[in-house]
Design a protein around this ligand. Structure first.
Ligand code: NCD
Length: 345
């Protein structure tokens, strides 16, 4: 049972999750109704403010999307005739392609716009760019921006649904959801697990969204890193803080490694990459501090030999490849949930 699962639902939330039936029963009876989850808002801007019920509803929906992607279940073209624009003000390979594939698997017409290459360079503001695209009447805008808060600002100006694909050091909600789905598939539940998020916490929207989500679902969350990469007051988000890997990884179930975000650093946060790897890079020796069945994650892109050793990244306890697959499924679930807000739905 997940804490908060029995909390009153937020107004406007409609959630019908398919009950888990034994296989035999499913085969003998008529198929149960498909789940239908609608989020209270037409946007997905962050994990902040989401309830455990909403998060679990999305994870359940994503579980079905895994079956669709593996061609076990039939494709649901809930976005047929809809236009999805991926508006990326910051370079991205995996997140953008993941959203593109998710939209296409649901039947949407998907257009990618790498804004870094065009209007912004000519001095156009975020709002101008958004208004121009809005005039083309898309149904869904998937936005990544280098400034925290920019996606929310943009969402206030447009008439379509907006999904935050990462805004500065603020939030990256679909990454936290895909991480949760990956964990749940291996550990069965999130509640009661101990998760260590390690490395460059200060510059990480992935860390922030994960801390919020994991706490909401009842995990114990630790952050581990050099004090220069731990924001002051981070304990207020409900995490235990460690500055060394030996104590930080002791008895943990999940280790999430983060990329050293050198492009966001002004000045020197670590003496040298070599020293950083020595103290904070995850190798076989440090992995042995965690539980024997602890699993390793990384949102990518990885700096091999900086925050993670190749032997661990490619080893049998790594979930890194599976995280990419779950990324498409979770984005399909989010798109499907927001489809309920589109006109004529
Ligand atoms: C993350 C991001 O962009 O915040 N990557 C991703 O979404 N694939 C993490 C990172 O850049 O290190």
């Amino acid at each position: 049972m997940i804490p908060g699962d029995n909390l009153p639902r937020s107004p406007g939330l409609r959630l019908l999750v398919r009950p888990t039936l034994p296989i035999g029963l499913v085969l003998m009876n008529a198929p149960p109704p498909l789940p239908s989850i609608a989020l209270p808002s037409r946007h997905l801007l962050g994990i902040d403010g989401m309830s455990a019920t909403e998060i679990v509803g999305l994870l359940d929906l994503a579980e079905e999307a895994v079956a669709v992607s593996r061609q076990i279940e039939k494709k649901k073209a809930v976005l047929r005739g809809r236009t999805q624009i991926n508006l990326f003000f910051e370079a991205s390979t995996r997140t953008q392609s993941s959203f593109e594939l998710a939209g296409k698997r649901l039947g949407a017409d998907v257009m990618n716009m790498a804004v870094g290459n065009s209007a912004v360079k000519k001095g156009e503001t975020v709002i101008d760019t958004a208004m121009t695209l809005n005039a083309m009447r898309p149904d869904i805008l998937v936005v990544r921006h280098y400034a925290a808060g920019a996606v929310e600002l943009l969402a206030q100006k447009v008439s379509c649904s907006v999904i935050n694909a990462g805004d500065g050091v603020h939030e990256h909600p679909t990454q936290a959801l895909l991480d949760a789905l990956t964990i749940r598939r291996h550990k069965g539940t999130i509640s009661g697990l101990t998760v260590a998020i390690c490395g460059d916490i200060a510059h990480s929207r992935v860390a922030r969204s994960n801390i919020l989500l994991l706490n909401t679902l009842g995990a114990r969350v630790r952050v581990v890193g050099p004090s220069t990469l731990l924001p002051t007051g981070i304990e207020r988000l409900g995490v235990e803080v460690f500055t060394d890997m030996r104590s930080g990884l002791a008895d943990v179930d999940i280790i999430m490694m983060l990329r050293l975000q050198r492009e966001r650093m002004e000045g020197s946060f670590v003496p040298s990459v070599r020293e950083y790897f020595h103290f904070f890079g995850l190798d076989e020796r440090k992995l042995a501090y965690a539980k024997p069945d602890a699993l390793v994650m990384h949102p990518g892109p990885m700096n091999r030999g900086v925050e993670i050793d190749s032997a661990v990244a490619d080893g049998k306890r790594s979930l890194i490849g599976e995280q990419v697959e779950m990324g498409v499924a979770v984005r399909m679930a989010v798109l499907e949930a927001l489809a309920a807000h589109l006109p004529n739905n």
